[in-house]
Design a protein around this ligand. Structure first.
Ligand code: NAP
Length: 417
Protein backbone atom coordinates (compact mmCIF):
# COMPACT_ATOMS: atom_id res chain seq x y z
CA UNK A 1 0.00 0.00 0.00
CA UNK A 2 1.39 3.41 -0.94
CA UNK A 3 1.13 6.12 1.69
CA UNK A 4 1.44 9.84 1.18
CA UNK A 5 3.60 10.65 4.23
CA UNK A 6 4.05 7.41 6.16
CA UNK A 7 7.27 5.61 5.35
CA UNK A 8 7.20 1.94 6.28
CA UNK A 9 10.65 0.53 7.10
CA UNK A 10 12.25 -1.27 4.18
CA UNK A 11 13.02 -4.31 6.30
CA UNK A 12 10.63 -6.26 8.52
CA UNK A 13 7.30 -7.97 7.90
CA UNK A 14 3.74 -7.19 8.87
CA UNK A 15 1.86 -8.98 11.63
CA UNK A 16 -0.93 -11.11 10.16
CA UNK A 17 -4.00 -13.00 11.33
CA UNK A 18 -4.14 -16.66 10.29
CA UNK A 19 -6.97 -18.94 11.43
CA UNK A 20 -8.19 -16.21 13.74
CA UNK A 21 -4.82 -16.04 15.51
CA UNK A 22 -2.16 -13.34 15.43
CA UNK A 23 0.91 -14.45 13.51
CA UNK A 24 3.97 -12.43 14.45
CA UNK A 25 7.19 -12.65 12.43
CA UNK A 26 10.57 -12.39 14.19
CA UNK A 27 11.15 -9.03 12.50
CA UNK A 28 7.72 -7.35 12.76
CA UNK A 29 6.86 -3.84 11.64
CA UNK A 30 4.99 -2.17 14.50
CA UNK A 31 3.49 1.32 14.44
CA UNK A 32 4.20 4.12 16.88
CA UNK A 33 2.60 7.52 17.29
CA UNK A 34 4.66 10.00 19.23
CA UNK A 35 1.74 12.00 20.60
CA UNK A 36 1.55 15.63 21.67
CA UNK A 37 2.92 17.59 24.63
CA UNK A 38 5.13 15.23 26.65
CA UNK A 39 4.56 12.54 23.97
CA UNK A 40 7.95 12.94 22.21
CA UNK A 41 9.84 12.86 25.55
CA UNK A 42 8.28 9.63 26.74
CA UNK A 43 8.17 7.96 23.32
CA UNK A 44 11.86 8.54 22.62
CA UNK A 45 12.77 7.21 26.05
CA UNK A 46 10.55 4.14 25.71
CA UNK A 47 11.67 3.20 22.19
CA UNK A 48 15.22 2.93 23.53
CA UNK A 49 14.16 0.77 26.48
CA UNK A 50 11.95 -1.53 24.37
CA UNK A 51 14.72 -2.05 21.81
CA UNK A 52 17.23 -2.78 24.57
CA UNK A 53 14.88 -5.33 26.18
CA UNK A 54 14.20 -7.07 22.84
CA UNK A 55 17.94 -7.24 22.10
CA UNK A 56 18.63 -8.62 25.57
CA UNK A 57 15.87 -11.24 25.27
CA UNK A 58 16.52 -12.45 21.72
CA UNK A 59 19.89 -11.13 20.50
CA UNK A 60 19.78 -10.64 16.74
CA UNK A 61 17.01 -13.18 16.17
CA UNK A 62 14.24 -10.73 16.87
CA UNK A 63 13.94 -7.00 16.30
CA UNK A 64 11.08 -4.53 15.97
CA UNK A 65 11.08 -2.40 12.82
CA UNK A 66 9.24 0.73 13.94
CA UNK A 67 6.99 2.67 11.56
CA UNK A 68 6.14 6.19 12.63
CA UNK A 69 2.47 7.08 12.14
CA UNK A 70 0.93 10.48 12.71
CA UNK A 71 -2.01 11.70 14.75
CA UNK A 72 -2.64 14.96 16.60
CA UNK A 73 -0.52 18.09 16.33
CA UNK A 74 2.35 16.43 14.47
CA UNK A 75 -0.16 15.12 11.91
CA UNK A 76 -1.70 18.57 11.56
CA UNK A 77 1.74 19.95 10.67
CA UNK A 78 2.33 17.27 8.04
CA UNK A 79 -1.19 16.81 6.62
CA UNK A 80 -2.18 20.44 6.17
CA UNK A 81 -4.16 20.88 9.39
CA UNK A 82 -5.60 17.35 9.49
CA UNK A 83 -5.23 15.99 13.06
CA UNK A 84 -6.73 12.64 12.14
CA UNK A 85 -5.35 11.55 8.73
CA UNK A 86 -7.14 8.67 7.05
CA UNK A 87 -3.87 7.01 6.08
CA UNK A 88 -2.86 6.67 9.74
CA UNK A 89 -6.04 4.69 10.37
CA UNK A 90 -5.34 2.55 7.29
CA UNK A 91 -1.79 1.93 8.50
CA UNK A 92 -2.97 0.84 11.97
CA UNK A 93 -5.41 -1.58 10.35
CA UNK A 94 -2.67 -2.83 8.07
CA UNK A 95 0.02 -3.22 10.76
CA UNK A 96 -2.51 -4.44 13.41
CA UNK A 97 -0.33 -3.46 16.36
CA UNK A 98 0.61 0.11 17.29
CA UNK A 99 1.49 2.15 20.35
CA UNK A 100 0.70 5.79 20.91
CA UNK A 101 1.57 8.68 23.17
CA UNK A 102 -1.11 11.04 24.51
CA UNK A 103 -3.02 13.34 22.16
CA UNK A 104 -4.31 16.85 22.74
CA UNK A 105 -7.99 17.38 22.25
CA UNK A 106 -7.91 20.72 20.42
CA UNK A 107 -10.34 23.12 22.03
CA UNK A 108 -12.83 24.45 19.54
CA UNK A 109 -16.23 24.05 18.00
CA UNK A 110 -17.32 20.48 17.69
CA UNK A 111 -13.86 18.90 17.88
CA UNK A 112 -14.17 15.34 19.13
CA UNK A 113 -11.45 13.76 21.22
CA UNK A 114 -8.96 12.09 18.88
CA UNK A 115 -8.84 9.13 21.26
CA UNK A 116 -12.60 8.68 21.13
CA UNK A 117 -12.56 9.06 17.34
CA UNK A 118 -9.81 6.47 17.06
CA UNK A 119 -11.72 3.99 19.22
CA UNK A 120 -14.90 4.48 17.26
CA UNK A 121 -13.39 4.47 13.79
CA UNK A 122 -11.41 1.29 14.38
CA UNK A 123 -14.15 -0.19 16.60
CA UNK A 124 -11.64 -0.69 19.43
CA UNK A 125 -14.34 -1.99 21.71
CA UNK A 126 -12.28 -3.21 24.66
CA UNK A 127 -10.15 -0.88 26.74
CA UNK A 128 -7.81 -3.02 28.80
CA UNK A 129 -5.97 -1.67 31.85
CA UNK A 130 -3.80 -3.94 33.99
CA UNK A 131 -3.34 -2.63 37.54
CA UNK A 132 -0.49 -4.25 39.36
CA UNK A 133 1.90 -3.26 42.10
CA UNK A 134 5.65 -2.99 41.54
CA UNK A 135 8.02 -3.05 44.50
CA UNK A 136 9.22 0.38 45.52
CA UNK A 137 6.35 2.35 44.00
CA UNK A 138 4.73 4.73 46.51
CA UNK A 139 1.16 3.63 47.37
CA UNK A 140 -1.49 4.78 49.86
CA UNK A 141 -2.45 1.16 50.64
CA UNK A 142 -1.02 -0.94 53.47
CA UNK A 143 -0.72 -4.03 51.27
CA UNK A 144 -0.58 -2.80 47.69
CA UNK A 145 1.12 -6.05 46.63
CA UNK A 146 -2.32 -7.71 46.86
CA UNK A 147 -3.48 -5.78 43.79
CA UNK A 148 -3.14 -7.57 40.47
CA UNK A 149 -6.21 -7.02 38.35
CA UNK A 150 -6.89 -6.46 34.66
CA UNK A 151 -9.85 -4.23 33.81
CA UNK A 152 -11.74 -4.84 30.56
CA UNK A 153 -13.83 -1.73 29.96
CA UNK A 154 -16.42 -1.59 27.17
CA UNK A 155 -15.40 1.29 24.92
CA UNK A 156 -18.25 2.01 22.51
CA UNK A 157 -21.57 2.14 24.38
CA UNK A 158 -23.13 3.47 27.57
CA UNK A 159 -23.55 7.19 28.27
CA UNK A 160 -20.40 7.74 26.17
CA UNK A 161 -22.26 6.90 22.96
CA UNK A 162 -22.81 10.61 22.33
CA UNK A 163 -26.64 10.42 22.48
CA UNK A 164 -27.17 13.63 24.43
CA UNK A 165 -29.73 16.36 23.91
CA UNK A 166 -29.04 19.80 25.30
CA UNK A 167 -31.69 21.51 27.39
CA UNK A 168 -33.72 24.04 25.41
CA UNK A 169 -32.97 22.63 21.94
CA UNK A 170 -35.66 21.44 19.53
CA UNK A 171 -34.29 17.90 19.68
CA UNK A 172 -34.46 17.91 23.47
CA UNK A 173 -38.05 19.18 23.45
CA UNK A 174 -39.07 16.57 20.89
CA UNK A 175 -37.56 13.73 22.93
CA UNK A 176 -38.97 15.10 26.21
CA UNK A 177 -42.45 15.30 24.67
CA UNK A 178 -42.21 11.74 23.40
CA UNK A 179 -41.00 10.45 26.76
CA UNK A 180 -43.70 12.27 28.70
CA UNK A 181 -46.64 11.76 26.38
CA UNK A 182 -45.94 8.35 24.85
CA UNK A 183 -43.92 6.65 27.59
CA UNK A 184 -45.42 8.22 30.71
CA UNK A 185 -41.99 9.36 31.95
CA UNK A 186 -41.71 12.09 34.55
CA UNK A 187 -38.74 14.43 35.02
CA UNK A 188 -38.05 18.10 35.69
CA UNK A 189 -38.74 20.70 32.99
CA UNK A 190 -35.79 21.58 30.76
CA UNK A 191 -33.69 18.65 31.89
CA UNK A 192 -30.75 17.85 29.63
CA UNK A 193 -31.32 14.33 28.31
CA UNK A 194 -28.90 11.50 27.64
CA UNK A 195 -29.42 7.95 26.45
CA UNK A 196 -27.54 4.95 27.78
CA UNK A 197 -27.47 2.16 25.20
CA UNK A 198 -26.18 -1.20 26.46
CA UNK A 199 -26.58 -4.00 23.93
CA UNK A 200 -26.34 -7.76 24.09
CA UNK A 201 -23.82 -7.65 21.22
CA UNK A 202 -21.61 -5.01 22.87
CA UNK A 203 -21.77 -6.61 26.32
CA UNK A 204 -21.10 -10.13 25.14
CA UNK A 205 -18.13 -9.29 22.93
CA UNK A 206 -16.52 -7.41 25.83
CA UNK A 207 -17.11 -10.18 28.38
CA UNK A 208 -15.96 -12.75 25.79
CA UNK A 209 -12.66 -10.91 25.46
CA UNK A 210 -12.25 -10.79 29.25
CA UNK A 211 -12.95 -14.53 29.61
CA UNK A 212 -10.61 -15.44 26.75
CA UNK A 213 -7.88 -13.42 28.42
CA UNK A 214 -8.57 -15.16 31.75
CA UNK A 215 -8.36 -18.58 30.07
CA UNK A 216 -5.15 -17.77 28.19
CA UNK A 217 -3.41 -16.25 31.21
CA UNK A 218 -4.81 -18.81 33.67
CA UNK A 219 -6.40 -16.19 35.87
CA UNK A 220 -8.77 -17.22 38.69
CA UNK A 221 -11.91 -15.17 38.17
CA UNK A 222 -13.83 -12.70 36.01
CA UNK A 223 -15.99 -10.22 37.93
CA UNK A 224 -18.86 -8.46 36.15
CA UNK A 225 -19.08 -4.96 37.62
CA UNK A 226 -22.47 -3.26 37.28
CA UNK A 227 -25.13 -1.13 38.91
CA UNK A 228 -27.92 -3.49 37.91
CA UNK A 229 -29.80 -3.03 41.16
CA UNK A 230 -30.75 0.46 39.97
CA UNK A 231 -30.43 0.36 36.16
CA UNK A 232 -31.99 -3.03 35.54
CA UNK A 233 -32.35 -3.03 31.77
CA UNK A 234 -28.91 -1.64 30.97
CA UNK A 235 -26.45 -2.48 33.75
CA UNK A 236 -28.55 -5.42 34.96
CA UNK A 237 -28.73 -6.71 31.40
CA UNK A 238 -24.93 -6.44 31.08
CA UNK A 239 -24.62 -8.72 34.12
CA UNK A 240 -27.16 -11.17 32.69
CA UNK A 241 -25.50 -11.29 29.25
CA UNK A 242 -22.11 -11.70 30.91
CA UNK A 243 -23.25 -14.81 32.76
CA UNK A 244 -24.90 -16.09 29.58
CA UNK A 245 -21.80 -15.80 27.42
CA UNK A 246 -19.73 -17.52 30.12
CA UNK A 247 -22.14 -20.45 30.40
CA UNK A 248 -23.00 -20.83 26.72
CA UNK A 249 -19.56 -20.36 25.15
CA UNK A 250 -17.07 -21.17 27.90
CA UNK A 251 -18.97 -23.65 30.06
CA UNK A 252 -16.07 -26.10 30.23
CA UNK A 253 -13.69 -23.39 31.52
CA UNK A 254 -15.96 -21.44 33.87
CA UNK A 255 -18.12 -21.87 36.95
CA UNK A 256 -20.31 -19.29 38.67
CA UNK A 257 -19.62 -18.14 42.20
CA UNK A 258 -23.06 -19.47 43.22
CA UNK A 259 -22.18 -22.94 41.92
CA UNK A 260 -18.87 -22.82 43.78
CA UNK A 261 -20.80 -22.36 47.03
CA UNK A 262 -23.69 -24.67 46.21
CA UNK A 263 -21.68 -27.61 44.87
CA UNK A 264 -18.07 -27.19 45.99
CA UNK A 265 -18.28 -25.80 49.50
CA UNK A 266 -16.88 -22.41 48.49
CA UNK A 267 -13.69 -23.74 46.86
CA UNK A 268 -13.45 -23.45 43.07
CA UNK A 269 -12.45 -26.68 41.27
CA UNK A 270 -8.90 -26.51 39.88
CA UNK A 271 -8.64 -25.00 36.42
CA UNK A 272 -12.08 -23.35 36.50
CA UNK A 273 -12.46 -19.59 36.20
CA UNK A 274 -15.03 -18.27 38.65
CA UNK A 275 -17.57 -15.87 37.12
CA UNK A 276 -18.95 -13.50 39.72
CA UNK A 277 -20.52 -10.08 39.86
CA UNK A 278 -20.37 -7.11 42.15
CA UNK A 279 -22.30 -3.85 42.35
CA UNK A 280 -20.10 -0.98 41.15
CA UNK A 281 -20.12 1.13 44.32
CA UNK A 282 -19.11 -1.73 46.62
CA UNK A 283 -16.41 -2.62 44.12
CA UNK A 284 -14.60 0.64 44.85
CA UNK A 285 -14.63 -0.24 48.55
CA UNK A 286 -13.56 -3.84 48.02
CA UNK A 287 -10.66 -2.82 45.82
CA UNK A 288 -9.29 -0.83 48.76
CA UNK A 289 -10.05 -3.32 51.51
CA UNK A 290 -9.76 -6.77 49.90
CA UNK A 291 -8.20 -6.33 46.44
CA UNK A 292 -6.74 -9.82 46.53
CA UNK A 293 -10.22 -11.29 45.91
CA UNK A 294 -10.30 -9.93 42.37
CA UNK A 295 -8.55 -10.77 39.16
CA UNK A 296 -10.11 -9.89 35.78
CA UNK A 297 -12.86 -7.24 35.88
CA UNK A 298 -15.40 -6.70 33.07
CA UNK A 299 -17.16 -3.34 33.12
CA UNK A 300 -19.30 -1.04 31.05
CA UNK A 301 -17.85 2.22 29.81
CA UNK A 302 -18.52 4.73 32.61
CA UNK A 303 -17.91 2.41 35.57
CA UNK A 304 -14.68 1.24 33.92
CA UNK A 305 -13.50 4.79 33.36
CA UNK A 306 -13.85 5.67 37.06
CA UNK A 307 -12.57 2.35 38.31
CA UNK A 308 -9.43 2.35 36.12
CA UNK A 309 -8.18 5.69 37.42
CA UNK A 310 -9.16 4.95 41.03
CA UNK A 311 -7.27 1.65 40.98
CA UNK A 312 -4.28 3.19 39.19
CA UNK A 313 -3.97 5.62 42.11
CA UNK A 314 -3.48 2.66 44.46
CA UNK A 315 -0.34 1.55 42.64
CA UNK A 316 1.43 4.76 41.66
CA UNK A 317 -1.06 6.88 39.71
CA UNK A 318 -1.55 7.74 36.06
CA UNK A 319 2.14 8.39 35.46
CA UNK A 320 2.60 4.62 35.55
CA UNK A 321 -0.74 3.04 34.54
CA UNK A 322 -0.61 1.24 31.18
CA UNK A 323 -3.49 0.57 28.80
CA UNK A 324 -4.58 -0.68 25.41
CA UNK A 325 -7.61 -0.63 23.15
CA UNK A 326 -8.56 -3.71 21.18
CA UNK A 327 -10.79 -4.64 18.29
CA UNK A 328 -10.98 -8.37 17.52
CA UNK A 329 -7.35 -8.42 16.40
CA UNK A 330 -6.08 -4.86 16.22
CA UNK A 331 -4.32 -3.63 19.36
CA UNK A 332 -3.55 0.04 19.99
CA UNK A 333 -1.47 0.42 23.16
CA UNK A 334 -1.31 3.82 24.82
CA UNK A 335 -0.13 6.02 27.64
CA UNK A 336 -3.23 6.48 29.77
CA UNK A 337 -2.40 10.00 30.97
CA UNK A 338 -2.76 13.13 28.87
CA UNK A 339 -0.27 15.43 27.19
CA UNK A 340 0.64 17.34 30.42
CA UNK A 341 1.43 20.45 28.29
CA UNK A 342 3.16 22.34 31.10
CA UNK A 343 5.93 19.70 31.07
CA UNK A 344 6.24 19.35 27.27
CA UNK A 345 9.83 19.20 26.03
CA UNK A 346 11.30 19.38 29.55
CA UNK A 347 12.50 15.76 29.67
CA UNK A 348 10.91 15.57 33.10
CA UNK A 349 7.88 13.31 33.31
CA UNK A 350 7.54 9.64 34.13
CA UNK A 351 7.63 7.47 30.98
CA UNK A 352 6.32 4.38 32.81
CA UNK A 353 2.72 4.44 31.60
CA UNK A 354 3.87 4.19 27.99
CA UNK A 355 6.70 1.87 29.00
CA UNK A 356 4.34 -0.68 30.57
CA UNK A 357 1.86 -0.28 27.72
CA UNK A 358 4.79 -1.41 25.59
CA UNK A 359 5.30 -4.39 27.92
CA UNK A 360 1.62 -5.24 27.36
CA UNK A 361 2.18 -4.95 23.63
CA UNK A 362 5.06 -7.41 23.74
CA UNK A 363 2.89 -9.80 25.78
CA UNK A 364 0.18 -9.41 23.15
CA UNK A 365 2.53 -10.42 20.32
CA UNK A 366 3.84 -13.34 22.40
CA UNK A 367 7.28 -11.88 23.23
CA UNK A 368 6.64 -12.22 26.95
CA UNK A 369 10.33 -12.19 27.96
CA UNK A 370 10.53 -8.53 26.98
CA UNK A 371 7.83 -7.42 29.41
CA UNK A 372 9.41 -9.37 32.29
CA UNK A 373 12.83 -7.81 31.60
CA UNK A 374 11.23 -4.36 31.68
CA UNK A 375 9.32 -5.09 34.90
CA UNK A 376 12.41 -6.46 36.65
CA UNK A 377 14.54 -3.51 35.56
CA UNK A 378 11.83 -1.11 36.73
CA UNK A 379 11.64 -2.73 40.17
CA UNK A 380 15.42 -2.63 40.49
CA UNK A 381 15.75 1.05 39.54
CA UNK A 382 12.72 2.26 41.51
CA UNK A 383 13.81 0.05 44.41
CA UNK A 384 17.00 2.14 44.53
CA UNK A 385 14.72 5.19 44.74
CA UNK A 386 15.93 6.48 41.37
CA UNK A 387 12.72 8.02 40.04
CA UNK A 388 11.16 10.89 38.11
CA UNK A 389 9.75 13.94 39.93
CA UNK A 390 6.25 12.50 40.43
CA UNK A 391 7.43 9.54 42.50
CA UNK A 392 10.17 11.60 44.15
CA UNK A 393 7.61 13.83 45.82
CA UNK A 394 6.00 10.78 47.46
CA UNK A 395 9.30 9.28 48.67
CA UNK A 396 11.64 10.52 51.40
CA UNK A 397 15.14 9.98 50.02
CA UNK A 398 14.71 9.70 46.29
CA UNK A 399 17.18 10.61 43.57
CA UNK A 400 15.22 12.53 40.94
CA UNK A 401 16.15 11.83 37.34
CA UNK A 402 14.86 13.08 33.99
CA UNK A 403 12.72 11.03 31.58
CA UNK A 404 15.76 10.13 29.48
CA UNK A 405 17.87 9.58 32.61
CA UNK A 406 15.29 7.12 33.94
CA UNK A 407 15.41 5.29 30.60
CA UNK A 408 19.23 5.13 30.82
CA UNK A 409 18.98 3.52 34.27
CA UNK A 410 16.44 1.00 32.99
CA UNK A 411 18.63 0.10 30.02
CA UNK A 412 21.64 -0.42 32.31
CA UNK A 413 19.53 -2.66 34.55
CA UNK A 414 18.29 -4.64 31.54
CA UNK A 415 21.80 -5.10 30.19
CA UNK A 416 23.11 -6.20 33.58
CA UNK A 417 20.34 -8.75 34.15
P1 NAP B 1 -2.79 15.12 31.97
O1 NAP B 1 -2.13 15.56 30.72
O2 NAP B 1 -2.88 13.66 32.21
O3 NAP B 1 -2.03 15.83 33.16
C1 NAP B 1 -2.56 15.98 34.45
C2 NAP B 1 -1.47 15.84 35.48
O4 NAP B 1 -1.15 14.46 35.64
C3 NAP B 1 -0.13 16.50 35.13
O5 NAP B 1 -0.15 17.88 35.38
C4 NAP B 1 0.79 15.73 36.06
O6 NAP B 1 0.57 16.08 37.42
C5 NAP B 1 0.22 14.32 35.94
N1 NAP B 1 0.85 13.55 34.84
C6 NAP B 1 0.37 13.29 33.60
N2 NAP B 1 1.24 12.54 32.91
C7 NAP B 1 2.28 12.32 33.72
C8 NAP B 1 3.51 11.61 33.57
N3 NAP B 1 3.83 10.95 32.45
N4 NAP B 1 4.37 11.62 34.62
C9 NAP B 1 4.08 12.23 35.75
N5 NAP B 1 2.93 12.92 35.95
C10 NAP B 1 2.05 12.95 34.95
O7 NAP B 1 -4.30 15.69 32.02
P2 NAP B 1 -4.89 17.09 31.56
O8 NAP B 1 -3.94 18.18 31.96
O9 NAP B 1 -6.26 17.07 32.07
O10 NAP B 1 -4.98 17.01 29.99
C11 NAP B 1 -4.05 17.64 29.10
C12 NAP B 1 -4.40 17.24 27.65
O11 NAP B 1 -4.29 15.84 27.50
C13 NAP B 1 -5.82 17.61 27.21
O12 NAP B 1 -5.77 18.10 25.88
C14 NAP B 1 -6.57 16.29 27.23
O13 NAP B 1 -7.60 16.24 26.29
C15 NAP B 1 -5.45 15.34 26.84
N6 NAP B 1 -5.66 13.94 27.31
C16 NAP B 1 -5.27 12.97 26.45
C17 NAP B 1 -5.36 11.64 26.84
C18 NAP B 1 -4.89 10.57 25.88
O14 NAP B 1 -4.37 10.89 24.84
N7 NAP B 1 -5.06 9.30 26.19
C19 NAP B 1 -5.85 11.31 28.11
C20 NAP B 1 -6.21 12.35 28.99
C21 NAP B 1 -6.10 13.67 28.57
P3 NAP B 1 1.32 17.22 38.26
O15 NAP B 1 0.91 18.52 37.67
O16 NAP B 1 0.78 16.99 39.64
O17 NAP B 1 2.80 16.99 38.18
Amino acid sequence: MAYQHIKLPETGEKVRVVDNKLQVPDQPILGFIEGDGIGPDITNACLRVWDAAVAKAYGERRKVHWAELYLGEKAAGIYDGDYFPAETLEAIQDLMVAIKGPLTTPVGGGFRSLNVSLRQTLDLYACVRPVKYYQGVPSPLRKPEEIDVVIFRENTEDVYAGLEYQSGTEENKKLAKFLREEMGAEFFQDAGLGIKPISEFGSKRLVRKAIEFAIEKQRDSVTLVHKGNIMKFTEGAFRQWGYEVAAQEYGEHTITEDEVWEKHDGKAPAGKIVIKDRIADIMFQLMQLRPGEFDVLATMNLNGDYLSDALAAEVGGIGIAPGANFADHIGVFEATHGTAPKYAGQDKVNPSSLLFSGAMMFDYIGWTEVGRLIENAFEKVVGQQVVTYDFARMLDNATTVSTSGFADHLIDAINQS
